[in-house]
Ligand binder design. Structure first.
Ligand SMILES: [Fe+2]
Length: 346
């Protein structure tokens, strides 16, 4: 075989055509073992695209191939005593609701998003009601539109990145999006509580979900064994409110608070790649953020890409020690929070 990211023989019926950025070797080898060899896998033919991994008695990882060229994505399903909680909705390909109902035995379902990435929230329309953080709701409403899947296709109607039956794209329907403040608690019955925790950086209203009963943290995209992309909202120099929180300074501020709560959880389940990360990996990510804040030019490497509009974009990468992941950031607009007058702090 030639090239990078050799095919993994997973169980999904969708077929990979093209990848975007290369993903790191450690994550790739881990996913090969998990998807080809682990006995966490359970067949559920009701949705041939989603690979179900039954990690613990009441916890399922729903593995979705990413419909665009970015990394494959996890949804998580927590089954509580009375209600179940679904973290993220991926692209919503195939009968997602039927699969979830099959796994929960038809329990009442609470659906929540970590943030608006197409790979995390485009499937929202499969459900009647979805909760997200209050800083993310306006972007959700703007981007989750009937035409949101158009970018997956070439002009001749073929798929660009991932091939599947186009009939399995959800039909457009309105759904209720509920905007929540930080620390909103979802009760799954009795004393089973899950808390929304705001940790921006990857997106303005990006949140994690803390399963307080079973001591797990569902971390979205701010913890990742590949690239932790901070500052994707800071690409415009305008320093909007969105850019304000898509900075290393913003993520470090909230991560610091979260590291002080490590005694409340043991394992971290991110939105992509490796799962069962130990809680103290947060200290390593925070340490890398602090190093960037102390010296934004102290990155380990950088990459310059030409964008569709012909402009060049340079991204800096800083490794997270003892983890193998790297934090990506924008040296000019993605490090410090802007001052109130719109300028950047020194
Ligand atoms: Fe993502």
């Amino acid at each position: 075989m030639k090239g990078y990211m050799w095919p993994i023989q997973g169980h999904s019926a969708a077929k990979r055509l093209t990848w975007g950025s290369r993903q790191n070797h450690l994550s790739w080898a881990y996913m090969k073992m998990l998807r080809e060899q682990s006995n966490w896998y359970e067949p559920h033919p009701i949705n041939p695209y989603i690979e179900v991994y039954h990690f613990e008695d009441n916890l399922y990882g729903l593995f979705n191939q990413n419909c665009d060229g970015a990394g494959d994505v996890w949804e998580y399903l927590v089954v509580g005593p009375e209600k179940a909680l679904l973290v993220d909705t991926a692209f919503g390909i195939g009968n997602v609701k039927g699969l979830v109902d099959e796994l929960t035995g038809g329990k009442e379902l609470i659906v929540v998003n970590t943030h608006i990435g197409p790979d995390h929230a485009y499937g929202n329309t499969r459900f009647d009601r979805v909760y997200c953080h209050e800083l993310e709701a306006h972007k959700m409403r703007k981007r989750i539109q009937p035409n949101r899947y158009d970018y997956l296709f070439n002009e001749d109607g073929s798929f660009k990145w991932l091939a599947f039956d186009p009939k399995d794209i959800p039909e457009w329907r309105e759904y209720e999006l509920i905007s929540c403040p930080n620390h909103t608690v979802f009760n799954l019955g009795g004393d089973y509580e899950v808390e929304m925790i705001w940790v921006p950086g990857h997106a303005e209203g990006h949140v994690m979900y803390l399963d307080k009963k079973r001591r797990r943290l569902f971390a979205g995209d701010v913890v990742c064994s590949d690239v932790i992309n901070i500052g994707s909202g800071s690409r415009q120099a305008g320093m909007s409110n969105e850019a304000k929180y898509c900075t290393i300074e913003a993520v470090a501020g909230e991560l610091r608070k979260l590291t002080e709560r490590k005694e409340e959880f043991d394992y971290i389940f991110p939105g992509h790649f490796m799962v069962y990360l130990e809680n103290h990996v947060l200290d390593k990510i925070l340490a890398a953020c602090d190093e960037i804040l102390a010296n934004p030019d102290g990155y380990d490497y950088q990459e310059t890409r030409t964008m569709k509009d012909g402009t060049q974009r340079t991204t800096c990468y800083k490794y997270v020690r003892n983890f193998g992941a790297a934090i990506s950031y924008n040296r000019d607009h993605g490090v410090y929070m802007p001052k109130e007058n719109g300028g950047e702090a020194e």
